[in-house]
Design a protein around this ligand. Structure first.
Ligand SMILES: CC(C)(COP(=O)(O)OP(=O)(O)OC[C@H]1O[C@@H](n2cnc3c(N)ncnc32)[C@H](O)[C@@H]1OP(=O)(O)O)[C@@H](O)C(=O)NCCC(=O)NCCS
Length: 297
């Protein structure tokens, strides 16, 4: 568990970049910044809000008046996102103040380059059965942004999460999760995940993606042999794509709380520049880990 996160920190330290923290003075952020500075992981920057500075550019991007832009730029998340857009910093960590929507929306409006989604690295403890652990580091998506994605959006989430896995040296084997395996149900929900797998395979034949499949068939060899013997992914999946946000959010928290996994994220993908957010319940360690990962995106 520690090795993966340690490697990420070591990589980040090789080229520490400027990162803005809109919630600079928040107690956990302040403590994390002290650690980030002492370890040399990144160069933390405190945004000093001057709404006039980016108002013309924001007005242009959003097609709004200068006055409306200035009003928005009083919000630290809009201001920090515009610092990133302008190239004054290399990345941003929003939170833990504000709601999820307040933290994410400026990025969706200003930096989206394609469909945006979020994954978690689930770093499993050694106590998890080796057969199920599939290397010990799994990626779960989407666990934070898309409430009820379409088959096309699920295909894009699968592709982006596979590419994110590769960025961190993990060879992705992607399972589109359902309550059905290989056509055992023809309910529209199961068909949606089957369709998503088909779209993803057509879009990116170079990636290993399969589904629909149940999570036990995705993870465990002996079950895969019974339920989906023809699949190369079943039994070996390390990237799990959930059908909707309820499943994704509940799924990662179950593995975190009951199996003792370390959940690192959410890590946003599909933005033109790296921006991530920490939630109200985050720890200092969460902020430090997410900062290191954000440096490498
Ligand atoms: C992310 C979220 C805030 C977006 O809200 P929304 O009401 O769908 O946003 P809107 O429809 O007002 O869209 C706002 C902008 O974001 C864009 N957007 C929304 N979702 C997007 C996505 N997944 N990818 C790319 N852009 C997206 C829209 O296209 C729109 O852009 P535009 O103004 O340039 O046209 C919403 O989906 C949400 O609340 N998700 C769940 C967050 C959450 O609670 N997570 C759990 C805790 S971790």
């Amino acid at each position: 568990m520690e090795n993966f996160l340690q490697t990420i920190k070591t990589e980040a330290k090789k080229n520490p970049k400027k990162i803005a923290f809109p919630d600079f003075a928040e107690a956990r952020v302040a403590a994390a910044i002290a650690q980030i500075k002492s370890e040399g992981i990144a160069i933390p920057v405190e945004p000093v809000i001057d709404p006039k500075k980016y108002s013309a550019r924001l007005a242009e991007i959003r097609g709004i008046s200068l006055q409306e832009a200035e009003e928005k730029l009083k919000d630290p998340y809009y201001f920090a996102t515009m610092m990133l857009e302008a190239g004054e910093v290399d990345s941003v960590i929003c939170g833990p103040n504000g709601t999820s929507r307040e933290r994410i929306l400026p990025a969706l409006q200003i930096l989206k380059s394609q469909h945006v989604s979020a994954f978690f690295f689930m770093v499993l403890p050694k106590t998890v059965d080796e057969d199920a652990a599939n290397g010990g580091i799994l990626l779960f998506a989407d666990c934070a942004v898309n409430i009820d994605p379409t088959a096309q959006q699920l295909a894009e989430i699968a592709i982006d999460t596979a590419d994110s896995a590769k960025k961190f040296g993990i060879d992705p084997k992607v399972a589109m999760l359902s309550f059905s395996t290989a056509g055992s149900s023809n309910d529209p929900h199961a068909i949606k995940m089957r369709e998503a797998a088909k779209i993803a395979k057509t879009m990116r034949p170079d990636l290993e993606i399969d589904g629909e499949m149940q999570v036990d068939a995705a993870l465990i060899d002996s079950i895969a042999e019974l339920k989906d013997p023809g699949s190369k992914i079943a039994g070996h999946a390390n990237v799990l794509i959930f059908p909707n946000l309820e499943a994704g959010n509940i799924g990662y928290k179950l593995v975190e709380r009951l199996a003792g996994a370390k959940a690192v994220g959410p890590i946003l993908q599909g933005l033109s520049k790296p921006l991530n957010e920490v939630s109200r319940g985050c720890s200092i360690e969460d902020i430090v880990n997410l900062t290191a990962i954000t440096q490498l995106l």
